[in-house]
Design a protein around this ligand. Structure first.
Ligand code: GLY
Length: 576
């Protein structure tokens, strides 16, 4: 007890000290302001964690563009939000510049070249869930550092070192632990303790996790960030960081090796473009399933003229669930890594494909998932995080990146200081086995050497008349697609103010399990109305974390909205 009290007092003193240090630094540095919701004409960063948002806003204040800020925020989140912010994972960055250029940067992880579809099957052909979830065998080649370097090479305007250094300093000087991080560490302390370097980084010598107000110094991470600051992506893929991870993998008998790191490349893809109510939606193509699914859902819904039928009520929610059911069935059947799987993108988005599916939707009755998709849940605890940035010139970034589960594989390779993903879990676990509880076994997304697992990450930028008006995205596994679609639908169809659209209780229907998951704050009468239409309605605690920004093209004014389901924060350069 005494040591806990001492720790708490020491923590409180450290908090005071650290606050003073931070304030002193802030005064000597560029001034930024922040709030969960704010307006600015000079640029806004909306993300899950306050210090990362401030680092991004400082880059904007110093003249950096949205991509510069995105690179700095992504590195900072790897320090301040280790449950999902990462160097050891991968993701997607959508860029829309004010001059009209767009890009979809795919920095998804890849499977080791020696992997095959039996990656997670034991000798009896059963799925080995421990191997899928924890440690070495679940790790794909991380793409984050290569993706950020590529974004910077293509669109950055500030020196790379300036964008990495703030994160490196935070890791070296230490970070005062906030409630969200403390809660995450406490929840995952037992899992993190399985691996020596993870234990040493996130837990005290006695095995207790860092508590609120204590200072977490991440010395190995600071060293890794220094390598990256000085050498770009090379030390990560063809240098000491790859070597440290490869040594750890070899020690554990895992497939990932230095050649897999050397072979890794991010891919710059054409943005997937969809249209809805006079807007142009910029979306991520495969290996994201989110772009196609969102576009399908909105295309299915548009002719129903939901707004004229009333608000975002039980009837609209029913139609939304029915469109989700159909889009997720296609997702299960068709989507995977586009380099390895023939994906009929145009056909999936065509009226020829969608019209009969729309016609099968009955406004007064739930259909059955078994009528759609391949013959026949998910956990929504994914460790993904999304941030949105628009700068004062109207350049926009929607970035969603992930290490798959919270704290990823829980594994830190000794000497590297960052958690490795367990993204290979996103491959279909067992060929041929598609079940009513949501497990998918179709060929489109089976593990093979070098393949990217199918993702649900759905960064989204909306333009009207060529100008960015909305940036959004979310974590949440397959529910990401539902969260982002709901927000876009809410804002564009119902013209709901962004803050209300982000706050509105969410739903998810993922084909199988054949049910609508609803957040606890969901209106009980609406839930009951959905049940009466024949839906199974299942309560879940929360869904998604959608830090979003809208922009008024006439005035250039930005309105950032952090999702209050977490400790999300918006930051902007000081001034109007
Ligand atoms: N790991 C979550 C996703 O990519 O969908």
């Amino acid at each position: 007890m005494r040591s806990i009290v001492c720790t708490r007092i020491a923590g409180a003193l450290l908090l005071v000290y650290s606050t003073i240090v931070a304030a002193a630094r802030a005064q000597s540095a560029v001034a930024v302001r922040g709030a969960p919701e704010l307006e600015s004409k000079r640029g806004v960063v909306a993300c899950v964690e306050r210090r990362a948002a401030e680092i991004g806003a400082a880059v904007l204040a110093e003249g950096g563009n949205a991509v510069d800020a995105a690179v700095a925020v992504a590195f900072a989140l790897a320090v301040t939000y280790p449950e999902a912010g990462n160097l050891g994972g991968g993701g997607f960055m959508l860029v829309a510049l004010a001059d009209g250029r767009t890009a979809a940067i795919d920095y998804r992880e890849t499977a080791p070249r020696r992997a095959d579809e039996r990656l997670f099957l034991d000798a009896n052909g059963a799925v080995d869930s421990q191997r899928r979830e924890f440690g070495h065998h679940a790790v794909g080649v991380p793409g984050t550092v290569a993706g950020l370097a590529e974004a910077h090479r293509l669109f950055g305007t500030r020196p790379w070192t300036e964008l990495v250094a703030p994160a490196r300093r935070l890791a070296a000087d230490g970070l005062v632990v906030q409630p969200a991080l403390a809660a995450g560490l406490a929840e995952y302390a037992v899992d993190l303790a399985r691996f020596a370097a993870s234990r040493a980084q996130f837990l005290h010598a006695d095995g207790t996790p860092y508590d609120v107000g204590e200072t977490l110094v991440q010395a190995d991470l600071a060293n890794t960030l220094r390598w990256i600051e000085e050498g770009g992506a090379a030390p990560f893929y063809d240098g000491p960081i790859a070597a440290l991870i490869a040594a750890e993998m070899a020690h554990a008998g895992a497939l990932l090796d230095a050649r897999d790191f050397a072979a890794y490349r991010p891919v710059v893809r054409d943005v997937l473009v969809a249209r809805f109510r006079g807007h142009e939606l910029l979306l991520m193509p495969p290996p994201s399933s989110g772009g196609i699914a969102l576009a399908q859902m909105l295309a299915l819904l548009e002719p129903f003229a939901l707004r004229e039928r009333g608000g975002f009520d039980a009837s609209a929610r029913h139609l939304f669930a029915e469109s989700s059911r159909r889009a997720f069935a296609d997702r299960a059947q068709w989507l995977g890594d586009p380099e390895a799987t023939a994906i009929p993108v145009e056909q999936l988005l065509s009226e020829a494909h969608l019209a009969p599916r729309r016609a099968s939707i009955e406004p007064e009755r739930a259909s059955a998932s078994a009528e759609f998709g391949p013959p026949v849940t998910e956990t929504d605890a994914g460790a993904t995080t999304h941030f949105s940035i628009i700068d004062g010139a109207g350049n926009a970034v929607a970035n969603t990146y992930t290490i798959e589960e919270r704290f990823g594989s829980k594994l830190i390779a000794p000497g590297t200081g960052f958690l490795l993903n367990n993204e290979l879990q996103d491959f279909n676990p067992k060929p041929g086995r598609t079940t009513r509880d949501g497990q998918i076994g179709t060929a489109a997304n089976l593990a093979r050497g070098g393949r990217r697992p199918l993702s649900s990450m759905t960064p989204c930028i909306v333009r009207r008349d060529g100008e960015v008006v909305l940036v959004t995205g979310s974590p949440g596994g397959r529910t990401i697609i539902s969260t982002v679609t709901q927000i876009v639908l809410d804002v564009l169809e119902f013209e709901t103010p962004l803050a209300a659209a982000v706050a509105r209780p969410r739903q998810h229907h993922g084909w199988f399990p054949d049910q609508i998951g609803i957040e606890q704050a969901f209106d009980p009468a609406t839930a009951e109305a959905l049940r009466r239409l024949g839906h199974v309605v299942q309560l879940r605690t929360r869904q998604g974390d959608a830090h979003s920004i809208e922009r008024d093209p006439a005035s250039g004014r930005l309105h950032g909205v952090a999702d209050r389901r977490t400790e999300g924060w918006c930051a902007a350069p000081t001034g109007e």
